[in-house]
Write a protein that binds this ligand. Structure first.
Ligand code: NAD
Length: 485
């Protein structure tokens, strides 16, 4: 291995790497080759205890600093992340299999954006003054306390920062549990934050499977839980958090619609469909995997889509020319192959792809099905792989009803040159994040999150502050207290 992928230890607690080999070993596999590149150990009860007590101990002093002081550390961390972008991107590629062409411009960079944005915002957080005649009320914006972040495997650096940055900006401590599939990147985020001056105990990383996540979520000392994961996991974590009346953010799965009207710019619509289905080998929660294309342009759309997919460079993710990499794991690859089989069995027309590549690693071909109908499995369930379902439509009202007929509500997109239709359609979408003539943008300045079963709360933007802080109202009476007796 030309790059040292074995971390110094499995966990990062109280400002230092910590090991406990008593925990279940978790092998880290490089998806492009199937090679083992590191081993970490799941957190034991002692490790979990250690993480919670250090977080709890450090949090009050952190919250007592001024926002300017907290923000300065986050912004310093963002600079270190940008300086180390190459190494962090290589590690992200080893952890996930995503091509370096993507990781070098998306992962550490968007993590750094979050640290910079919330670092800048920390000093601006205030309560308000409410005058009531000569009496008054003021609100204090206070930290929640100890926050737990639980990550999915598709964006391990980004998720660690999207949760950590607003939590820390608001004066909380964070305990982050990465996905067991991708345990490496969050450790680097913790290292960098501490190098930037973050006091020990405020950003801890513990490894493990669902049990470790559950132990954190159910601990009475934990005040908030933010999960990025699937809907079934979200149901469990939300229920466990509810038992302790904890604050939650749920960033869950999707089966998002993208509607391409007959007047759309076809090249842009095809580009959007490619970004919204094949970036990160389709392992993106907000992907627009149900592509409704107007019948009048359907064959033209499919022709250009197939031609452009022919330009995908599939291969070694470390090669900067490679634009399409493997699935994260053999298991995920097999799940996706099962969906491809279901698509064929249920009568969808396979336009391109559909097979595993004959090479080492977990590579699938970019796959497009046409003539998909609303009831087919591939049109209803989240696949989380490079499989696009193209459905026909002719009428706007009809396609809106079909687009919204899903338990999910994460994202939705529309391609049209008709300005009023674009905004009408965006308003009618039942989704937290909508796109007009674009797809899958996620800048830190804009709220991101889902409606319906796709989630609760928002990440990024000023909206995230509401989910990592709480208001205290302080009533002040200037005249005498008027008691009845
Ligand atoms: P997953 O639901 O299997 O696991 C997510 C995380 O939850 C992992 O860290 C896992 O260890 C942990 N976990 C599992 N059971 C738990 C329990 N009972 N208590 C606490 N933690 C538990 O998801 P995944 O396969 O890692 O990721 C893919 C899913 O994530 C997809 O559904 C995708 O759409 C979703 N996702 C959503 C967003 C978003 O922002 N909305 C972003 C990325 C991925």
């Amino acid at each position: 291995m030309p790059y040292d992928t074995q971390p110094k230890a499995s966990h990062f607690i109280n400002g230092a790497y910590v090991e406990d080999t008593g925990g279940t070993p978790i092998d880290v596999i490089y998806p492009a080759t199937g090679e083992k590149i590191a081993t970490v150990h799941a957190a034991t009860p002692e490790i979990i205890e250690n993480a919670i007590t250090s977080a709890k101990k450090a949090q009050a002093a952190w919250a007592a600093l001024s926002g300017t002081e907290r923000g300065r550390i986050l912004r310093r961390a963002s600079e270190i992340m940008r300086d180390r972008n190459h190494d962090l991107s290589v590690l992200e590629t080893y952890d996930t299999g995503k091509p370096y062409q993507e990781t070098s411009v998306v992962d550490a960079t968007s993590g750094a954006d979050a640290l910079e944005y919330f670092g800048g915002m920390a000093a601006t957080l205030t309560g308000e003054h409410i005058q009531l005649g000569e009496n008054w009320v003021y609100t204090r914006r206070e930290a929640l306390g100890v926050c737990v972040g639980i990550g999915a495997w598709n964006y391990p650096t980004q998720i660690a920062c999207w949760k950590g940055a607003p939590a820390l900006a608001c004066g909380n401590a964070m305990i982050f549990k990465p996905s067991e599939m991708t345990p490496l990147c969050a450790l680097k985020v913790a290292e960098i934050l501490h190098e930037a001056g973050l006091p020990a105990g405020l950003y801890n990383v513990v490894q493990g499977m669902g049990e470790v996540g559950n132990a954190l979520v159910t601990d009475a000392r934990v005040d908030k839980v933010s999960l990025t994961g699937s809907v079934p996991t979200g149901r469990k974590v939300y229920a466990a958090a509810a038992a302790g009346i904890k604050h939650v953010t749920m960033e869950l799965g999707g089966k998002s619609p993208m509607i391409v009207f007959e007047d759309a710019d076809i090249e842009n619509a095809v580009g959007g469909a490619i970004l919204g289905n094949f970036y990160s080998s389709g392992q993106v929660c907000s992907n627009g995997t149900r592509v409704f294309v107007h019948k009048a342009i359907k064959e033209q759309f499919l022709k250009r889509l197939t031609e452009r997919l022919g330009n995908a460079v599939i291969g070694d993710p470390m090669d900067p020319e490679t634009s399409f990499g493997p699935m994260v794991s053999e298991r995920q690859m097999n799940i996706v192959l099962g969906y491809i089989e279901a698509g064929k069995q249920e009568g969808a027309r396979l336009v391109t792809g559909g097979a595993k590549l004959d090479r080492e690693g977990y590579y699938l071909e970019p796959t497009v099905f046409a003539d998909v109908t609303d009831t087919m499995t591939i049109a209803r369930e989240e696949i989380f792989g490079p499989v696009m379902a193209v459905l026909d439509f002719e009428d706007e009202d009809d396609v809106m009803a079909r687009a919204n007929d899903t338990e999910f509500g994460l994202a939705a997109g529309v391609f049209t040159r008709d300005l009023t239709r674009a905004h009408r359609v965006a308003a009618r979408f039942e989704a937290g994040t909508c796109y007009i003539n674009t797809y899958n943008d996620a800048p830190v300045e804009a709220p991101f999150g889902g409606s319906k079963n796709s989630g609760v709360g928002r990440e990024n933007s000023k909206a995230a502050i509401e989910h990592y802080s709480q208001l205290k109202s302080v009533f002040v009476r200037m005249d005498d207290v008027d008691a009845p007796f």
